[in-house]
Design a protein around this ligand. Sequence first.
Ligand code: ADP
Ligand code: MG
Length: 682
Amino acid sequence: MSNLKKLPVTEIKGIGEETAIALSTMGISTVEDILLYFPYRYEDFRLRDLADVKHEEKITVEGEVHGEPSLMYYGRKKSRLTFRAYVGRYLVKAVCFNRPYYKDKLHINESVTITGKWDQHRQTITVSEIHFGPFNRQQEVEPIYSVKGNVTVKQMRRFIASAIKQFGNSLEELLPFELVKKYKLPSRFEAMNVLHFPQSSNYLKQARRYFVYEEFLLFQLKIQALRKYKREHSKGITQHFNSDVLNEFIESLPFPLTNAQNRVVNEILRDLSTPYRMNRLLQGDVGSGKTVVAAICLYATILSGFQGALMVPTEILAEQHVHSLKGLFQQYDISIELLSSSVKGKKRRLLLEDLQEGKINIIVGTHALIQDDVNFAKLGLVITDEQHRFGVEQRRVLREKGFNPDVLFMTATPIPRTLAITAFGEMDVSTIDEMPAGRKVIETYWAKHQMIDRVLAFVEKELQLGRQAYVICPLIEESEKIDVQNAIDVHSMLTHFYNGRWQVGLMHGRLTADEKEDVMRQFSENEVQILVSTTVVEVGVNVPNATMMVIYDAERFGLSQLHQLRGRVGRGEHQSYCILLADPKSENGKERMKIMTETNDGFTLSEKDLELRGPGDFFGRKQSGVPEFKVADMVHDYRALEVARQDAYNMLHSEEFWVDVNYETLRKIVLESGVLDGDKLD
Ligand code: ADP
Ligand code: MG
């Protein structure tokens, strides 16, 4: 058997040096590459009933020529051929441009198969292809390849046909026979063949099923092998804490933990107490109680004789966390400090000294926490809240300072199940999927901007009950380019509207840290009843008396972000409301507003968001961790991904996988992929 991975494409008949160069720009250099270079779509030539076809859709129909075709020339080389045909019960007109030679091939009462664009109003097909004769089922679907340079799609088909003829039989089978049998999959060779030359759409489905599974399985084998290897080899710290003392603290909390909180606490504590370096994601909806989980873990770290750091994206959030932690540890001799950009000069110097001498147990702050002049006595645990930014680079910095702490990422933007498996494949994930008892559902309404008067009346009713309100705008100042309400304008409008009856505050990213703090304090102390703000209040802000959330231009936000914003209310004992002001133009936009009014569940919303925006957009940009698959689609083939994940797990944890001949090919792929090299350990 020749090794197709090593055989250059020039071994294929019809491919010379020049073509090989063109192909290499498409990422094809070996015979295997070209065999596995699949079409990105198929032209669908399946017959359609005209009754089901929408205006301007591309279709293929079979008909009988009716009457003489007429040919007209205009300009030097331009022509227009028109004929009529009976298609089922329709008499349609067909128009072909610049193909005068078709005229002699069209004969009255004979069958033709026409492909083209359907004009429903004129009952006319603008022809792109004609097959003279009845429809041929062999050609229902035709592969379209993405090509570059001088290579055409037709050539690609030819090259691939030659490649299959010469070498197709040598294509290596990857999956052990039991799996192929279990899932009733075609062989790899068959599947490859069908993807290139589908006989019918049903075969195509089976072939696709094979490669979806193969791609997912290989991917899962690699990331899980990496994770297993890391677990077994990465040297972290072992935290020994007294569980009785820790339990006392948990008992002392003002509320019992939910089952979900208990579960994730145990998952994290288990990681802390092993020498394995924790790399865990804790996801839980807004208000599901992540802070107290963080506090328990920090306490375990302190009991083990280490320091803890809590990193957050904004200073407001840092202050809030310091406040909550101080509350939770009121009765304990634990020193908690805030390190922010507003801590300067001598104060800062002293703080850093204390940190280095181990006098501070928990330090809370923004990114600055792990930079240059910040040194710890004994850092054991880093928790980051609401951000994905703490990565390999930051770990390196810490390691160079001599620390190898356990790391916990907390996020309230639930990652859809699919992405939790893929993007965060090498991270362990803990999920809080339960809310503390007695939480009220935030009632959500969608209103047009023109209904603002009614909305403001509604807000006023809440204010009269002693409650407070947020009003969120996408921008700070008026922008000529984008016609959206801005915070400054809305602030002056509301100040005018409420005319001294209520105090209106303004919050945005351009305020200094002191100004922000001041505004937040006024709002939390109810000196200000209405807070107009940009999305800076998105994460973590906690003012339980606020029950109203009004969001301008809501269609401009993603579902997960709207959900985050909505999560600023509903934090106290009172019924809360969220009003989305939006005039979405697209169906997608309307759909998103509707979903917001229908569900309060962050996981459902994140799944929907992914579905509506696609995985690339989900993180706002292509995230390096999100793999690209040739055939598989993470969103739509989710079930297969789950199955592959489980199978990969079972394989890697079985004896056979590492020795049995049936797994040889898969095993080789895992070993050769480099995932088990030491340098992959960040
Ligand atoms: P988030 O997960 O959004 O960070 P928080 O940690 O801020 O949520 O918790 C939201 C609120 O719920 C806080 O006021 C907190 O004290 C409260 N809380 C947390 N856990 C529980 C629980 N098990 N029972 C009742 N209330 C809880
Ligand atoms: Mg939180």
